[in-house]
Write a protein that binds this ligand. Structure first.
Ligand SMILES: Cc1cc2nc3c(=O)[nH]c(=O)nc-3n(C[C@H](O)[C@H](O)[C@H](O)COP(=O)(O)OP(=O)(O)OC[C@H]3O[C@@H](n4cnc5c(N)ncnc54)[C@H](O)[C@@H]3O)c2cc1C
Length: 389
């Protein structure tokens, strides 16, 4: 049978839509298959905003990828005329030895990234909505800010379509198998063949990548919007940064300026405090006790924020044991299949560079980007982080 496509991309969320763009931009004949509609809110890439930053506390190894992602986000805005990024500046706040502060500083120093260290008094003076304790400090990064996830996905889908990619929605892959030196993919509509398969399954990784040899924990995460006491004035992005605040117990809260104007509130969330779930069983209702816990925690550092609760929404993290990504050729099918998964709640800022890496891997088998940290072999036997026994 003749091959209809060069590459089939499974999942057109954050990573898959970027892969479809980068592959089709290089002239590949691309089929994209998505379980839901375009830009949906059932996976991990919705909720209006995502933090981006360069002084990366998780590991300095991410920084070169972030520098490239920043360039590609600019290209995306230029190529589509959409506003995708708002670089409001960012405050990484906590005790000097907290992971948020010390890890950010380590990356900033290692890569010589522009940053300022602020003591508690300076934080209060520069950002009057923030009320750190006297023993807390912050790394301020001017280049930090936020990305709009729905606009990002829509922009990548728009470019991929313009470049001739065949994108099909409401058409989930049911299974796939090796076919000659390529693959065959089945859906309810029929079968498709291609030389290469790229799987970007988000929270469906445990279901679609059973033979990868990696354990994932899918976590329910809640985003909250509050209208601040006194209104959004001091929270507008012209003067208000994104912030990540780590308390003495290591609990991290992150929040955004009021990007949608008066009456629409400002968003805040716990970084890691989710229940284990699955895409099929996730509780989409946000309960009163959760809203209360969020309001109480954030009031300790941003007292004006929890004025009036407006709304909340759920989302899913796909955690690996070490919270680092998985981006690689599939170890069981290295000639034909590439995977991008396990983004562990911090993948969005990398979306366009992951698309570029996936195009490299699918079309050439290798990439010049440093992705050694994301090799699935490191996770072969480890239970996933957050797994409850
Ligand atoms: C509340 C929350 C806050 C976050 N905050 C940040 C942040 O501030 N900064 C940051 O960098 N990151 C953040 N993240 C993480 C980031 O959003 C994710 O890492 C990223 O969106 C993951 O993209 P993805 O493509 O892997 O998943 P998704 O965008 O969910 O895409 C996976 C797609 O695969 C599709 N699919 C599944 N099965 C099939 C099938 N059988 N056939 C076809 N399609 C299928 C799904 O429908 C879905 O569209 C946050 C995540 C959440 C949930």
């Amino acid at each position: 049978m003749s091959r209809t496509y060069d590459v089939i991309v499974i999942g057109l969320g954050g990573m898959g839509s970027a892969a479809a763009h980068h592959l089709s931009a290089r002239g590949a004949r691309v089929l994209g298959l998505e379980k839901f509609g375009p830009v949906h809110n059932r996976g991990s890439s919705h909720g209006g905003s995502r933090i981006t930053r360069q002084s990366y506390f998780e590991d300095p190894a991410y920084v070169p990828l972030l520098l490239r992602a920043y360039e590609l986000y600019e290209d995306l805005e230029r190529g589509t005329g959409r506003e995708v990024a708002v670089l409001s500046g960012g405050v990484m706040l906590g005790r000097p030895d907290s992971r948020t502060v010390s890890g950010s500083l380590r990356s900033a120093r290692k890569w010589d990234l522009a940053h300022e260290m602020l003591d508690a008094g300076e934080i209060r003076r520069r950002f009057p909505t923030l009320t750190p304790r006297d023993d807390e400090v912050a790394l301020y990064e001017e280049k930090a800010g936020l990305l709009r996830p729905e606009q990002t996905v829509a922009a990548h889908l728009q470019l991929a379509t313009r470049q001739g990619a065949d994108l099909r929605f409401e058409e989930p892959m049911s299974r796939w198998e090796p076919h000659g030196d390529g693959v065959r993919v089945y859906t309810a509509e029929g079968a498709y063949t291609a030389g290469q398969l790229v799987i970007c399954p988000g929270a469906w990784a445990p279901r679609l990548l059973t033979d990868l040899g990696v354990a994932f924990t899918i976590e329910r995460q809640v985003m909250y919007w509050f209208e601040p006491t006194g209104g959004v004035g001091p929270f507008l992005p012209e003067s208000h940064p994104i912030y990540i605040w780590e308390d003495a117990a290591g609990v991290q809260v992150y929040g955004f300026p009021a990007i949608d104007g008066p009456g629409r509130g400002a968003k805040v969330a716990f970084f890691r405090k989710g229940e284990v779930t699955t895409p099929e069983t996730i509780d989409r209702t946000v309960h009163e006790h959760e809203v209360r816990a969020m309001a109480e925690q954030v009031a300790r550092c941003v007292p004006a924020l929890p004025g009036t609760f407006l709304k909340a929404a759920t989302c899913m993290y796909s955690n690996t044991a070490d919270e680092h990504f998985v981006i690689a050729r599939h170890p069981r099918h290295p000639g034909s299949t590439t995977v991008a998964c396990g983004f562990s709640g911090h993948g969005f800022k990398f979306v366009p560079v992951v698309g570029e890496i996936l195009a490299d891997l699918a079309l050439t088998g290798t990439t010049a980007h440093p992705i050694g940290l994301f090799d699935p072999a490191r996770l072969a036997t480890a239970p996933a982080r957050g797994a409850r026994t």
